[in-house]
Structures are given as structure tokens and as C-alpha cells.
Design a protein around this ligand. Structure first.
Ligand code: KG4
Ligand code: ZN
Length: 344
């Protein structure tokens, strides 16, 4: 089954062709991130305008690259169209949803609306020949969400915890801003932290305890990251030479976030006696986070899956994979963009 995936939830415009929820035939992405880097964060109006500009060229390119298809009166050789309908920025979401509905109507192809958060989990099926044994615990870590979910044998989802305030990605983005690092903050902090760690090989993870780990010992599967931002702000205000210490501060921030994510995920795996762990979302592109999970989960003999970095951040291939493995066809008339959509 060949699905055309469309993703426009935020500042990326994506279209991809995926066979049987795994094999990528084409994957095209255009991003307005450079514009947002200059303003230090996303301006929804600008993001939506760029979605309008990019959407048709991106879909055309995905269809041409994968199928040699050029726009004409015949539909392309696809079985269905999948589109992100939420959560995200309403202006951005509407572009993808309305284009997908139009194509579904014109080409008479089934339309599959996809929850963007769940797509971050199913990105683990892309280009992956290893079998994923369910049940699994999955951690979704993106710019706006931090969700711990249980995916059972029948592929039903149950939310077991999540952030009570800022998301993990948001914590990276906001603290990066305090250090005057460019948006998006996650890759900026990761890169500064990595340079610092390379130059200070004597520093081990356990040495990095400058910032608090709120809720790390709480008897639930929830997270809280807003306090980290305040702690970093206080630290920055009290330091005379912040610019000389950006690397050290980045390593400290990254470690605080990673500690919380790893500890709570392990707690969930232990509590539910589960042996498969699926990581996903933009923050899963963080090499240190992945290395920490790899090390900790190997010791516990838990199968660990994480998508390639290009499939962790927003992309349309994950949308097509999720449509194949998880979601259902809905009449185009009933597909409505929902910016506040929850994970379940
Ligand atoms: O899933 P995603 O691409 O978009 C949303 O659905 O939000 O996630 C974006 C988030 C941003 O907060 C960004 O800073 C973070 O993912 N991110 C990272 C890394 N790459 C992206 N965070 C930490 N380390 C990275 N390498
Ligand atoms: Zn995302």
C-alpha cells in the first residue's frame, strides 16, 4: 500500500511517499526555520504564509521524485492520502488539511487524518527491518509536547503521563534564548554541550548537577520543565561571564532534561513490566539523550527504538507510516484541523 503523507503542523512543509508504512519512496521537506531563527521563535502568521507558498511545489516534488508523476488530469499511482490534522498551529495545519481534502476529492483517493504526536511514535517503523514487539512504552518529546504513552499489543494507546507545564523541546528552546543561542534551541544547546564535553573529557554525566530535576522522584509519570527556565535565568543573572560559560551551561541544561526523561521512562517500563521502548519527536534527535537511553536500556535488556534524526523532527514520511499502522480512513468532509488535539 502506497500512501502520500502531508505534514504542515508548524514550520515544516513535508510530503512523502511511503510503501507499507516503512519503505520510503520519496521524502521532501521545505522549512521556514531560517525566518524564525531571526525572530528567536515561530511567528504563526509567517509560518502559515510559508506553508501556502511551499505546499504545492513540495507535493509535486515528492510525486515526481517517487513516481515520475507530473501534474495532469490523471491521479498518481497512490492508494491513499494521509495528513496531519493536529496538534499544531491552526494556520499551518489548515494549509495541509485543505490541500489534502481537495486532492482526495479530485483524485478519489481515501483520506486518512493523522495525529501528529502519534506519528512521532510510528516514525520508528520507517526504514526499520527489525520487528517491534508490543506492548511498548513510548516517550514523545517535541517542541510543544512531552507525553509518556503505553502502546498495547492491539495498538491501542493509553496516556500514562506527561509534562505539567513546558515541554522538553520548549525547555531547550527557552533556555537557549537565555544563553542568546539561535532558535531552535535544542540543536544549539546540543552542539554547545557536545563541544564542551569533548574539551572536558574529565566531566562525567554525574558531575552535571547545577540545575534541579523537578518531579524526578514523584510517584507518577509526569514531568515539569518550567522551573528549569527560572533556574537558568537566575544563574545567568548572577554570572558575570555568561558568554565564556555557554558550553558548560548548555551541558548542564541538557543533562537536567535528559535525566528527567530517562528516569521517568525507566520508571514506567518497570511499573508496567514492558520490554520495548519507542522514542520519538524532535528532541529524540538529541545524540546525548539517545546515548543515555541506549546505555540504560541495554543494561535492562529492553529493546530500544529511535527513528533516524531526520525522522525524529517533523516530516511527512512519519505521517504516512502512522496512517498505515494506526489510523483509519475518514470522509474528506469530516476531516477538520484541530490545533489542540491530544495524544489520546
Ligand atoms: O517534533 P518537532 O520537530 O516539532 C514539534 O512537533 O514541536 O520538535 C521540535 C523540537 C524543538 O523544541 C527543538 O528545539 C527540538 O525539537 N530539537 C532538539 C534537537 N533537535 C530538535 N532538542 C534537543 N536536541 C536536538 N538535537
Ligand atoms: Zn513534531
Amino acid at each position: 500500500m502506497r500512501i502520500l503523507g502531508i505534514e504542515t503542523s508548524c514550520d515544516e512543509t513535508g510530503a512523502a511517499l511511503v510503501e507499507n508504512g516503512s519503505k520510503i519512496i520519496s521524502n521532501v521537506i521545505a522549512s521556514s526555520i531560517n525566518i524564525h531563527a531571526t525572530t528567536g521563535g515561530i511567528i504563526p502568521e509567517s509560518a502559515a504564509r510559508k506553508q501556502v507558498e511551499y505546499i504545492l511545489p513540495v507535493i509535486n516534488e515528492a510525486l515526481f521524485n517517487g513516481l515520475n508523476y507530473r501534474p495532469n488530469t490523471n491521479p498518481p499511482d497512490i492508494d491513499a492520502i494521509a495528513v496531519t490534522y493536529g496538534p499544531g498551529l491552526i494556520g499551518s495545519l489548515l494549509v495541509g488539511v485543505e490541500v489534502a481534502k481537495t486532492l482526495s476529492f479530485l483524485w478519489k483517493k481515501p483520506l486518512i487524518p493523522v495525529n501528529h504526536l502519534i506519528a512521532h511514535i510510528f516514525a520508528n517503523y520507517l526504514e526499520n527491518s527489525e520487528s517491534i514487539n508490543l506492548p511498548a512504552i513510548s516517550l514523545i518529546v517535541s517542541g510543544g509536547h512531552t507525553e509518556l504513552v503505553l502502546l498495547d499489543k492491539n495498538k491501542t494507546l493509553k496516556r500514562i503521563g506527561g509534562t505539567r507545564d513546558d515541554a522538553a523541546g520548549e525547555a531547550f528552546d527557552k533556555t537557549a534564548r537565555l544563553l542568546t543561542l539561535p532558535y531552535p534551541g535544542g540543536p544549539s544547546i546540543a552542539s554547545k554541550a557536545s563541544t564542551y564535553r569533548e574539551a572536558h573529557s574529565e566531566v562525567i554525566d554525574a558531575d552535571l548537577k547545577m540545575f534541579p530535576r523537578p518531579m524526578i522522584d514523584s510517584p507518577d509519570f509526569d514531568f515539569s520543565f518550567s522551573g528549569l527556565k527560572t533556574s537558568v535565568l537566575n544563574k545567568v543573572k548572577s554570572m558575570k561571564n555568561v558568554n565564556d560559560n555557554v558550553g558548560m551551561l548548555s551541558a548542564e541544561i541538557q543533562e537536567a532534561i535528559v535525566d528527567c526523561l530517562v528516569d521517568k521512562s525507566i520508571k514506567a517500563l518497570d511499573y508496567y513490566h514492558i520490554n520495548t521502548f519507542l522514542l520519538g519527536g524532535g528532541v529524540a534527535a538529541n545524540e546525548h539523550l539517545v546515548a543515555r537511553f541506549k546505555k540504560t536500556l541495554a543494561k535492562k535488556r529492553i529493546d530500544f527504538f529511535v527513528p533516524l534524526p531526520k525522522f525524529c523532527t517533523d516530516n511527512a514520511a512519519a505521517i504516512a507510516a502512522c496512517a498505515y499502522h494506526f489510523q483509519n480512513v475518514v470522509s474528506w468532509k469530516n476531516v477538520i484541523a484541530d490545533p489542540e488535539l491530544d495524544v489520546v
